[in-house]
Design a protein around this ligand. Structure first.
Ligand SMILES: CC(=O)N[C@H]1[C@@H](OP(=O)(O)OP(=O)(O)OC[C@H]2O[C@@H](n3ccc(=O)[nH]c3=O)[C@H](O)[C@@H]2O)O[C@H](CO)[C@@H](O)[C@@H]1O
Ligand SMILES: C=C(OP(=O)(O)O)C(=O)O
Length: 507
């Protein structure tokens, strides 16, 4: 039995290592051991101490090697000053949209430099359960090959329920099946997130959905087609993407009004254009889509960089008063954030613009200058693009905390996200919740380290981590899955800039 147990652990470690794209040699170097020792461990020929298992789990930074030891935590020693250069990864939100859109294509889809994050992993698990073959190569390129028929009865419900993005299967699937079920969408716990706009946008394509027992029961009438422009009642990102994907395989022209023109929608449009779908109005709120009856091409596409990760890194530099260079910043999706920061006294320089690999999105490199910030004259609130991005709003909480004066943040969109920002008080902040949508933040704050449980929302969780970087002493951030949902190797990459963040598990 003992041998069997060691063998199973060895297999888990090998799978997790491969999943991270690491060689045995690389893992050995991280752990300060030899490649042959790793080889022995993976073949189940090594008796491992619990401590060693925990160290391997931390090095692989993976929930897969939980080995019953539970979630990962971060121990941060501050205050930190960051130096050096960091590259922005491609976006979570385009990544998941493109994975869903790959279901439109009967040919092979290759996506370049996809962020290796848990949200992507969950969608890959769902795709695998439907019979889609996916394969990572070159570390972060992804090949997706669909089967002739999707195995819709076998959908991985556990994976599906952990992401909001599963809702974007509706648009492509309505072309694949007349009757199917999808588990309810999950994602960040931000209060009620309606799916009604999705149903309204897809009804003109014949989709009727009944929501019961934790599932959406979908029935498609293929004879129904849009008779007039589809007017979205909300300018939402995923609802626009769903309408686009439904329109892509609808032969004829569909007009979508009040469409989101946000970054992930643009990436999806560029991808669909490569699949042969004609789309006019990309970057505006009226999209004119002329679809095709079948898509069967080998397509290669590189999504653009993540404006939210870029904002997170800017916030890291600002709260730690550091000079760092953030490369590959998608500038058109960060202009209002930067203008607001400039009004607050933030100094930086930027390079000339250059093209992202999709040849459409404009990028710059930004070098931050340590600055003394003051509160803005007006409140800060988000708007659909080209406004200040709703996912960037939480970062203004930790920035406002280090600025002198009072800043009002108004998150009119989410019922529950602002609430988590009050957690900054545990680190010495002065954040008052005026109502579920508004927080008043008074600075400057001298953060000091403490232990905090990760809020169940990605951006607020990262906000707390950034405050910990600036905090004096040791902090612990517990249960960090939610961060891995949207950021690849954030702790390791911040450590490369000089942060002191250790990943550990309870054993
Ligand atoms: C996978 C993905 O791409 N997720 C993004 C997407 O989620 P997603 O498109 O799923 O966003 P939701 O549909 O949840 O919309 C967010 C909230 O905004 C409200 N709303 C939205 C638009 C509008 O014009 N009026 C309005 O009231 C909705 O009712 C909802 O409460 O967009 C959100 C808002 O940009 C981002 O936070 C998410 O990161
Ligand atoms: C709210 C977010 O994501 P999701 O839509 O995946 O929950 C986010 O990216 O901050």
């Amino acid at each position: 039995m003992a041998d069997d147990y060691q063998g199973r652990i060895g297999n888990l470690i090998r799978d997790a290592r491969k999943h991270r794209g690491m060689t045995q040699q690389q893992l050995a170097e991280t752990l300060g051991t030899s490649q042959s020792a790793i080889n022995r461990i993976e073949r189940g020929h090594q008796n491992l101490s619990l401590q060693m298992i925990a160290r391997i789990g931390a090095a692989l930074d993976s929930e897969i090697v939980a080995l019953g030891a539970g979630p990962t935590h971060l121990r941060v020693t501050g205050p930190t000053t960051l130096t050096g250069s960091i590259e922005v990864k491609t976006s979570k939100n385009a990544g998941v949209a493109l994975l869903c859109a790959s279901l439109l294509n009967r040919g092979r889809t290759t996506l370049r430099k996809v962020a290796r994050i848990e949200e992507v992993n969950r969608i890959l698990e769902v795709l695998a359960s439907l019979g889609v073959q996916t394969r990572w190569f070159n570390e972060s390129d992804l090949e997706i090959i669909p089967p002739a028929e999707l195995d819709l009865d076998n959908i991985d419900e556990t994976a599906a329920r952990r992401t909001r993005s599963i809702i974007m299967f509706l648009g492509p699937l309505l072309h694949r099946s007349d009757l199917f079920e999808l588990p309810y969408a999950g994602g960040c716990n931000l209060g009620t997130r309606t799916v009604e706009p999705h149903m309204a946008a897809l009804r003109p394509f014949g989709l009727e959905v009944k929501a019961t027992d934790g599932s959406y029961h979908a029935r498609v009438n293929p004879l129904v087609e849009p008779q007039r422009p589809i007017v979205l009642t909300e300018r939402g990102d995923t609802v626009t993407e769903n309408a686009l994907m439904a329109a892509a395989l609808h032969p004829g022209t569909t007009i979508i009004r009040n469409a989101s023109s946000n970054y992930m929608v643009q990436d999806l449009c560029f991808f669909l254009q490569k699949l042969g779908v004609d789309i006019e109005g990309v970057g505006t709120t009226t999209l004119r889509v002329t679809g095709v009856t079948e898509i069967d091409v080998d397509v290669d596409y590189a999504p653009s960089e993540d404006p939210i990760e870029a904002m997170s890194l800017l916030a890291a530099a600002i709260v730690t008063k550091s000079e760092i260079t953030i490369t590959r910043v998608p500038i058109e999706f960060l202009e209002i954030e930067l203008a607001t920061l400039e009004e607050m006294g933030f100094h930086y320089s930027r390079s000339e613009e250059y093209d992202a690999a999709n040849e459409r999105t404009r990028l710059v490199d930004i070098t931050t200058k340590p600055s003394d910030l003051h509160a803005p004259l007006d409140k800060i609130h988000p708007m659909p693009f080209p406004g200040l991005n709703i996912d960037n709003l939480p970062f203004f909480a930790v920035i406002a905390a280090v600025a002198t004066g009072q800043t009002l943040l108004h998150d009119w969109v989410y019922e529950n996200r602002a609430i988590y920002l009050v957690e900054l008080n545990k680190l010495g902040g002065d954040v008052k919740l005026l109502d579920p949508h508004r927080v008043m933040i008074e600075g400057p704050t001298h953060f000091s380290g403490t232990e905090i449980m990760c809020p169940p929302a990605l951006r607020p969780a990262v906000v707390i981590l950034l405050a910990m970087l600036a905090a004096k002493g040791t902090s612990v951030l517990r249960s960090t899955y939610v961060i891995h949902r949207g950021y690849e190797g954030l702790a390791e990459r911040l450590n490369e800039l000089g942060a002191n963040i250790e990943t550990f598990r309870d054993i």
